[in-house]
Ligand binder design. Structure first.
Ligand SMILES: Cc1cc2nc3c(=O)[nH]c(=O)nc-3n(C[C@H](O)[C@H](O)[C@H](O)COP(=O)(O)O)c2cc1C
Length: 370
């Protein structure tokens, strides 16, 4: 693995990305007035802050409709390919991912768009591939979401194989597969420096993890607790080894960082309990439980509050020492890094930057921005 000019391959042992700022509410299913407004202005301001602070990447959620409730959680969502292109043009160092549903973008169009984004940024584009889970959104497109994970990921594999072939082929080619029949296919320019952009995938089913093991540089996985997370990392890395590949594993967490533990816990209780948008939480949990395997079944009964606080992902709630210590534990469990989210990204990131990043540097997990 390696790539010219792409921060996903830098020296930091524990990498950080910011997740979901393109969606209203971000990852917090809450009614508090300061909840995230996913306007372009806010996204641009955030991306500039992250770029200056040496954060490795920004990762959007590809969403086509919201979850309802009082706030219509994630109901306003900037389209990730055009969003990422704008941010890549406006930043200097950070990797910006697009999140693409294989089913919704023809692979010839997708290969061209992604190569263009990589040219715009001289190699800072990353691709997060989604093979489908949200039936409600598939209905919107009048497309059937296949029940079988074999079909979902089989289609995704063919889609990505075509893109990769376009990115490397010097001559036109024909494609005759199970899902695509294409004639004299070609695409130029290729991605920058003639190198493959970093690929991320968040499959959770056996088929999903196998897809990541075969194709991705990084797998995203939900962390329920550190012990099971550690086992998960080992098993995924083993799977990738079976394909002669090395893979990094990221997890995803939400951050409430305040000067004292008590202040952090109070705010957490306020936004994710007293002011939670419960109808939206229930809708989110229902859809996740029905069609995806991101969360084990017990997570839905144990972690209703986690869904309100951060879409079900791992909580990092406390003072700066606590947050840095928890991140060190995630690193020790074998993860390459984590994404982070905040109730209000631009209000809360500066405190995280000023207090937590130096602590991670002191632990030897990151180096200061030069
Ligand atoms: C960190 C993370 C990010 C994801 N991003 C998206 C996304 O942006 N859009 C989407 O529709 N699904 C997204 N998913 C869902 C996954 O791509 C996948 O469909 C889901 O985890 C179910 O896995 P399975 O299909 O293997 O059961 C994400 C999942 C995780 C854990």
């Amino acid at each position: 693995m390696g790539r010219t000019n792409n921060s996903m391959f830098n020296v930091n042992k524990f990498k950080l990305g910011v997740f979901s700022p393109n969606c209203s509410g971000g990852m917090a299913v809450t009614k508090v007035p300061e909840r995230w407004d996913a306007s372009w202005e806010n996204n641009l301001k955030l991306a500039t802050m992250l770029d200056d602070a040496g954060i490795e990447f920004i990762l959007p959620i590809a969403r086509w409709t919201g979850y309802g409730g009082e706030t219509d959680f994630q109901g306003s969502n900037l389209e990730t390919i055009t969003w990422a292109t704008g941010l890549l043009a406006a930043t200097q160092k950070i990797t910006v991912f697009a999140t693409a549903h294989a089913s919704f973008h023809h692979p010839i169009v997708a290969a061209k768009m992604f190569a263009t984004m990589d040219q715009v940024s001289a190699g800072r584009f990353g691709l997060n591939i989604v093979c489908g889970w949200n039936k409600h959104e598939y209905d919107m497109f009048n497309m059937a979401l296949p029940d079988s994970h074999d079909v979902r990921y089989g289609y995704g594999q063919e889609w990505y194989d075509i893109i990769r072939r376009i990115w490397t082929a010097e001559e036109e080619f024909d494609w005759s597969g199970e899902y695509f029949n294409l004639r004299h296919v070609y695409g130029n320019p290729k991605p920058a420096h003639g190198e493959m952009p970093p690929i991320m995938n968040a499959g959770s089913s056996d088929q999903g993890q196998d897809f990541a093991a075969r194709n991705a540089d990084y797998l995203f996985t939900v962390l329920i607790d550190l012990e099971s997370g550690k086992q998960n990392v080992l098993s995924i890395k083993e799977k990738a080894k079976g394909h002669g590949r090395d893979i990094g594993v990221f997890t995803t967490s939400y951050v409430v960082c305040r000067p004292t533990q008590q202040e952090a816990e109070n705010y957490h209780n306020y936004y994710a309990n007293e002011q939670a948008d419960w109808p939206a939480v229930d809708r989110l949990m229902e859809l996740q439980g029905l069609h995806a395997k991101s969360f084990p079944p017990e997570a839905f009964t144990l972690f209703r509050n986690r869904f309100a606080a951060g879409h079900g992902v791992y909580p990092l709630v406390g003072d700066p020492d606590h947050i840095a210590d928890e991140m060190a534990k995630i690193h020790e469990a074998g993860f390459s890094g984590t994404t982070i989210t905040f109730v209000n990204y631009t209000d809360e990131f500066p405190y995280f930057r000023d207090e937590v990043l130096p602590r991670l540097e002191a632990k030897g997990l990151r180096v200061p921005v030069s």
